[in-house]
Design a protein around this ligand. Structure first.
Ligand code: 5AD
Ligand code: FES
Length: 365
């Protein structure tokens, strides 16, 4: 058996290597995180890019067993932000030099919704004269819809696979056509086909999820050749069916530690992609996102949703900053990033180097 340092320096990491890395504690964990930071410095621009997050609507037609905004959670008040409020958010991001926004919502596939998003994308582009990068995270759609939204000016798409293990996926979703693992994979392929930079991600510390499953998740992201990843700890929500399995969960601190190790492993495996420091990390540790950035994440998504709606986009419990406004976030970003000595890439789209390298390779082959 090779020693831990040798594993970290391997060019081709196997599933077994990743399992060993994910399990790292104590000195080995320090080595893992240090290696990841080294690679971040060498293979990314070493800046942290901002994406102003607009949680557009919590109306969702799906019923994922883990998610607080699932259709069947009747205790959840529903909202959709007005067009003018969305445009105000975009204006806010522009004025505060964020460079990019993310438009995220529960899943809807009806025509009025699809057209509304197209209109909003066009309007945001007009408002910013194409200056704001636009990521969308609007679930599973047809190739046609993905193309429509790409043509309207969005250029990055986030769709988490949640888990790359089809059996585990089945346990996290109702058993029907709307929640089908293969459809999710097809959607990821269609997103890329439509022209988007592709982002995916998983939840970490799910009931019945093993370290081997997580190693497979990392290899899945590599095989999908994604440009960006957002992943974080699973956090139980009391008004969801999966809450019943809470006795199977590791402690929140363990899920958090595992999330940091996942970020480090992913950075070592896919050196030049964008990795987000997700909000779920902050739900467990107030400085969770900063720690993730210190380890290897390079994207931060400050919430710029108007304060009055925030409390209702509750995917999980203890979601942070739900009683704040965008301007509070602004001061907070500077303070927090200064504290860890990270440079913010203001006014930049901050696409991953990975995407451009890939494109170059494709056009020269
Ligand atoms: N815990 C952690 N993350 C969650 N998400 C949804 N519900 C939870 C939860 N209970 C994540 C999913 C989804 C993203 C928008 O939020 O990964 O893709
Ligand atoms: Fe809305 Fe899963 S509950 S997409």
């Amino acid at each position: 058996m090779s020693n831990f340092k040798d594993i970290l320096n391997k060019d081709n990491l196997t599933k077994q290597d990743l399992v060993c890395m994910l399990n790292a504690e104590g000195k080995n964990r320090d080595l893992l995180h240090r290696k990841s930071k080294e690679i971040t410095k060498k293979f990314t621009t070493n800046k942290v890019y901002l994406r102003g997050l607009i949680e557009y609507s919590n109306v969702c037609v799906k019923d994922c067993l883990y998610c607080g905004i699932r259709k069947s959670n009747t205790q959840q008040k529903r909202y959709t932000i007005s067009d003018s409020e969305v445009l105000n958010c975009a204006q806010y991001a522009l004025e505060n030099n964020y460079g990019s926004i993310v438009l995220q919502a529960g899943e809807r596939t009806d025509k009025p919704f699809i057209s509304k998003i197209t209109t909003l994308l066009n309007e945001i582009n007009k408002l910013s004269k194409g200056k704001l990068g636009i990521t969308i995270s609007l679930g599973e759609q047809t190739l046609e819809v993905y193309k429509e939204w790409f043509d309207a000016g969005a250029h990055r798409y986030l769709l988490r696979i949640e888990t790359s293990n089809s059996e585990l996926y089945k346990n996290l979703h109702p058993k029907n056509r709307m929640h089908n693992f293969q459809h999710r994979i097809d959607a990821l392929n269609n997103i890329r086909l439509a022209g988007f930079k592709l982002g995916t991600g998983v939840m970490i510390g799910l009931p019945n999820q093993t370290i081997e499953n997580l190693a497979d998740d990392l290899l899945f992201m590599k095989a999908m050749n994604v440009d960006m990843v957002g992943m974080g700890p699973y956090i139980e929500h009391q008004h969801t069916p999966l809450f019943n399995d809470k006795n199977l969960l590791a402690s929140k601190q363990k899920r958090l530690a595992l999330s940091y190790n996942m970020i480090a492993c992913l950075r070592i495996l896919m050196k030049d992609i964008n990795i987000a420091a997700t909000t779920a990390l902050q739900a467990i540790d107030n400085f969770g996102r900063e720690k993730a950035i210190k380890i290897g994440a390079n994207v931060l998504m400050p919430n710029i949703t108007p304060g009055s709606f925030r409390d209702n986009y509750k995917l999980y419990e203890d979601k942070p900053c739900t009683n704040e406004n965008a301007s509070d976030c602004n001061t907070c970003i500077d303070v927090r990033m200064n504290m860890i000595g990270s440079e913010v890439g203001y006014n930049e789209w901050g696409d991953s180097k990975h995407f451009f390298k890939n494109k170059k390779q494709l056009s020269s082959s």
